[in-house]
Design a protein around this ligand. Sequence first.
Ligand SMILES: Cc1cc2nc3c(=O)[nH]c(=O)nc-3n(C[C@H](O)[C@H](O)[C@H](O)COP(=O)(O)OP(=O)(O)OC[C@H]3O[C@@H](n4cnc5c(N)ncnc54)[C@H](O)[C@@H]3O)c2cc1C
Length: 171
Amino acid sequence: MGVDLPVFPRKRNVFVFTCPVSIPGCPLVIDPTGLWFRPERDRFLCGIPADPDPDVTPDDFDIDHALFESHAWPVLAHRVPAFEAVRLTSARSGHYDYNTFDQNAFLGPVPGIPNLLLASGFSGHGLQHAPGVGRALAEYIRFGAYRTLDLAALSYARFPAMRPLRELNVI
Ligand SMILES: Cc1cc2nc3c(=O)[nH]c(=O)nc-3n(C[C@H](O)[C@H](O)[C@H](O)COP(=O)(O)OP(=O)(O)OC[C@H]3O[C@@H](n4cnc5c(N)ncnc54)[C@H](O)[C@@H]3O)c2cc1C
């Protein structure tokens, strides 16, 4: 549609592992390195961003197993000594719709293109935004303006105006 949208696929691998030691009440943990882990029934999930973190082709879902061995595991074992003995059981990968401009979503209308509403570029935190975005865009569609939630700060206009709304806490 001719919209210059700085949103590109960035791969994130999710690793599933078991640990011989039970860790009751283990919360979701995010390490300053960007590694995160959390319990999932009888096992754990973890992920860590690649560094460097290049754009990938839309059909590239290859799993980077070396990322677990060389990056995730050492940090896991440092954070929780029992994780020294983890066993990787499976892995999967997905894409962030990564906004390289400021790592936040573009929402709502695009100047000059009537009937186009954006909800793109969530950069890995769109699930948390989903209820608010759904509500705000529904209001926009119904009333032609935001009502209960004013999400204009996330409008596309900030990109051509070079006014980033930078999100720093993307993992
Ligand atoms: C590994 C991983 C972990 C994540 N963890 C979190 C988290 O902890 N917290 C969080 O808030 N967010 C997280 N996210 C991000 C979150 O999943 C996304 O921000 C959110 O799903 C974006 O929602 P969406 O509706 O914009 O896009 P999507 O959920 O990707 O939906 C787009 C839909 O459009 C469909 N589609 C694509 N092309 C076409 C086409 N041409 N025609 C018709 N349909 C099409 C797709 O099949 C898909 O169903 C994570 C993402 C990944 C990959």
